[in-house]
Design a protein around this ligand. Structure first.
Ligand SMILES: Cc1cc2nc3c(=O)[nH]c(=O)nc-3n(C[C@H](O)[C@H](O)[C@H](O)COP(=O)(O)OP(=O)(O)OC[C@H]3O[C@@H](n4cnc5c(N)ncnc54)[C@H](O)[C@@H]3O)c2cc1C
Ligand code: SF4
Ligand code: SF4
Length: 438
């Protein structure tokens, strides 16, 4: 079976690519986001997520990989295919905004329980929804992530069957995280569950739904944080070694956010010492200071277009004010995209898990997420730059990229396209062939 995909054709003279070359190309073109779905599809004896030379987790080929399996992966991988909300989730009440996509409603709110609100990354909305779903018995478990037991700054997939377990995964993980590493095994259980993952993880799961009917049968809700990207491993080493003077190999615990909004960035060491910095020390106070993986800089959907509900921060201008960040109780914006998402919010409010305070609109979302708005406009042109340089470009659908380029205007589009070409030429869109470290 040969599937259409988004890898560029080889230029003559060219050797036919092996299945391993074709899978590796996703990582080499810096399009892998480390979701883990390819491991689940190929099986861990054939493809395994491992920490590679760059410090990221990448799929490493370990066994006999066939073209058929790679065709399947290229059809599912969020590095090669990204789509908006499935057409069958659109209803008569669906509105569409050029930047923010399909939505039923946009509201502000927080977890009703003060402890959940406090421990949550922002206002604890995603945790509160997961807790409501397991407590009500509507789902058997929530598939999401928690702090990694192996590498403290990473995340790892969590299967939470109780509200306490769901709450244990609260807080954003701004390190490499593979929530879909065994998603086929989760589907094999034949039990209803909810999935919480980044927009690219949700996109991967929606892609899987086209190949595997069990996704739509068993995954009752897909919930996501609005996502600007995460801290690359090199940025993390710099933070630990240069900013804090710590030895990364002696870190035993790492919390990025939560216990306030955003709460302190907290590092625990083998000698029992604890070091805390502010969120604004970790990320910087403005967008130009953010260090991000290349895939995140060309992400066509950081706003969770394929999710039932996308939850975000609500800081004016997109970053917390260092003068007030220690006192913020946490308030999420929720972009409710599907009718099932709207129904879930309503029932979670009635059951006392969630508090909704007011309705907002897409221009409010622009004001608290200017970086998302800017990237959404720029991405189509950035893809033109990638394409011109012969790089892998994700196939997209229902994300309005052409309309956004048209609205951006030719001058800005050329600036974005040419800037991307320049970045490709200096190697910013390249990673080494994935090989396990050591
Ligand atoms: C990588 C990343 C980038 C982000 N960028 C933005 C941004 O640009 N703008 C913005 O407004 N908000 C951003 N956020 C979202 C914000 O930090 C909050 O997560 C969001 O507002 C939800 O808050 P909450 O209190 O409802 O979440 P919580 O109640 O704390 O629940 C968070 C849920 O997300 C899951 N989760 C955490 N980290 C990951 C991960 N790495 N991969 C998959 N699942 C994860 C947890 O398992 C938990 O279930 C980002 C989050 C992440 C993880
Ligand atoms: S993005 Fe996910 S599916 Fe694609 S190569 Fe990376 S780990 Fe595999
Ligand atoms: S910015 Fe996009 S690609 Fe990067 S982690 Fe977030 S959703 Fe995934």
């Amino acid at each position: 079976m040969s599937q259409p995909h988004s890898q560029p054709p080889c230029q003559p003279p060219c050797q036919p690519m092996t299945p391993t070359d074709r899978l590796n190309r996703i990582s080499e073109d810096a399009m892998c986001i480390g979701c883990g779905l390819c491991q689940s599809v190929a099986g861990p004896d054939v493809v395994r997520m491992e920490i590679v030379e760059s410090g990221y987790e990448r799929p490493v080929v370990r066994g006999d990989l066939t073209h058929e399996v790679v065709d399947r992966i290229l059809d599912l991988c969020p590095g090669t295919r990204v789509e908006g909300l499935p057409v069958n989730e659109l209803t008569g009440d669906t509105r569409t905004d050029l930047v923010w996509g399909a939505y039923q409603d946009m509201v502000l709110g927080h977890a009703s329980d003060p402890e959940v609100r406090h421990r949550g990354s922002t206002g604890g909305v995603l945790s509160a929804l997961g807790m409501f779903l397991v407590d009500s018995g509507e789902v058997d478990f929530v598939l999401h992530v928690k702090a990694s037991g192996r590498v403290p700054s990473f995340g790892e997939r969590a299967v939470s069957q109780t509200a306490a377990e769901v709450l244990n995964g609260a807080g954003s993980r701004y390190g490499p995280t593979a929530p879909l590493i065994d998603v086929l095994e989760q589907l094999d259980k034949g039990r209803p569950f909810a999935f919480v993952g980044k927009p690219c993880d949700i996109g991967a799961l929606r892609n899987l739904a086209r190949q595997d009917n069990r996704v739509n049968e068993l995954v009752k809700y897909m919930l996501t944080p609005v996502c600007g990207g995460f801290m690359p491993p090199q940025g993390m080493s710099r933070f630990l070694e240069q900013d804090l003077g710590l030895n990364p190999s002696e870190v035993t615990g790492f919390r990025y956010r939560g216990y306030g909004c955003p709460g302190p960035t907290r590092v625990e060491m083998a000698d029992g010492s604890v070091h805390e910095k502010r969120y604004t020390d970790f990320w910087g106070t403005e967008e130009s200071m953010w260090v991000l993986p290349f895939r995140c800089k060309v992400c066509p959907d950081g706003i969770g277009e394929a999710a039932d509900i996308a939850a975000s921060d609500t800081w004016p201008g997109g970053s917390p004010d260092p003068a007030t960040e220690d006192d913020d109780l946490g308030l999420n914006a929720m972009v409710i995209r599907s009718a099932r998402g709207a129904d879930l919010v309503q029932r979670a409010v009635q059951a006392g898990y969630l508090t909704v305070t007011e309705t907002v609109d897409p221009r409010y979302m622009d004001s608290v997420q200017p970086h998302q708005r800017n990237k959404k406009y720029a991405v189509g042109a950035r893809y033109e730059g990638l394409r011109a340089e012969g790089k892998t470009v994700p196939r997209t659908a229902r994300l309005r990229l052409d309309a956004l380029i048209a609205d951006l205007g030719p001058e800005q589009a050329a600036f974005q396209r040419d800037g991307t070409r320049d970045r490709v030429r200096i190697g910013k869109a390249s990673e080494p062939t994935p090989k396990a470290k050591g």
